[in-house]
Design a protein around this ligand. Sequence first.
Ligand SMILES: Cc1cc2nc3c(=O)[nH]c(=O)nc-3n(C[C@H](O)[C@H](O)[C@H](O)COP(=O)(O)OP(=O)(O)OC[C@H]3O[C@@H](n4cnc5c(N)ncnc54)[C@H](O)[C@@H]3O)c2cc1C
Length: 320
Amino acid sequence: MMISNSFGLKAKAKNYIHINTLDDLTFLETLNDEEILILGAGTNVILSDYFNGTVIGVNLKGIETNNNFISVGAGLDWADLIEYCLTNELHGIENLTHIPGSVGAAPVQNIGAYGVEISSFISSIECFNLKTKKYETLDNDQCQFKYRDSIFKLKDFVILKVNFIFNKSFEPNLSYPVLSNFLKDNSIDASSLTPRILSESVKDIRNSKLPDPKLQPNVGSIFKNPIVRTNDFDHAFLDGHRWDQDDEYTKLSSARLIELIKSDLSIPDTLRFYENHSLVLINNGGASFDEVTNLLYQIKSKILEKFKIELEIEPEIISS
Ligand SMILES: Cc1cc2nc3c(=O)[nH]c(=O)nc-3n(C[C@H](O)[C@H](O)[C@H](O)COP(=O)(O)OP(=O)(O)OC[C@H]3O[C@@H](n4cnc5c(N)ncnc54)[C@H](O)[C@@H]3O)c2cc1C
């Protein structure tokens, strides 16, 4: 069976299990030592051509609401949750508009954009523990959320439902200059800003910066932005491309680091960096798993060698 993925890599799997109702969890109880891949919409994975194991897809899509608490099936499209929140006056995730993927994958790398991370709105997560073979509910602390990270990266849990608490009042986060400047340039001030306008603005900014995976296959940012101890080294060469996190830590722009070594890279014809964003790698057509991973490891080693900075690949590299 073919595995659909937004990077357009040709990939097949030996077996596929679909969780359409909670009764289907019995299929997971029978899994033994085989390789397992839990997959949502496939927008954050780099796949080899054959997965010699079982792919698990969660299709639960229900939404249950109780005031500002809402419980959402992992299989729902992220865009549908954004729309639901806008329609039902549940606030807080407008800045996460237009991130592709499913609700169930959002906690895995703690999706974030324009100063907002989804972990701030998660009260608990209902999942199937593949080790204990039990249904478990993890509270926010147990999820161990960090920048683009959580306990779910260990792959022990199949996320089935995500339980959120949203804000009843609209308190926009405009801390990112790119967002506040866009609003200013479009003459939108605090009095005229609504959740819908904020969400549409985020969508407009993203459309101007990021390629549509359906037209130009990609997985979004290919590396995380490294967070380093501010005093560990002199990063003045990244002025304008780094953001102080607090007194101790600074986040560096991976896009800028890639631009600084791009001319030293040997890039196959099947791949290219997006013209408007150096952190987005595009499959021109026919790229292979090896070509992609070789290029990523080449970038990592050049940046380590030249700047002593270790980059971490953002999408999951999957081979078996
Ligand atoms: C154009 C573009 C822009 C993007 N912009 C952003 C951005 O601004 N911020 C950001 O954070 N990300 C961004 N991403 C990355 C991606 O959209 C998110 O990581 C998204 O949450 C992935 O969803 P998915 O359903 O496609 O996950 P998949 O790619 O299917 O899976 C991603 C990971 O989650 C795991 N997983 C998936 N579903 C489950 C589940 N039910 N239970 C347990 N584990 C599961 C998988 O095993 C895998 O490790 C972007 C991607 C693209 C293509």
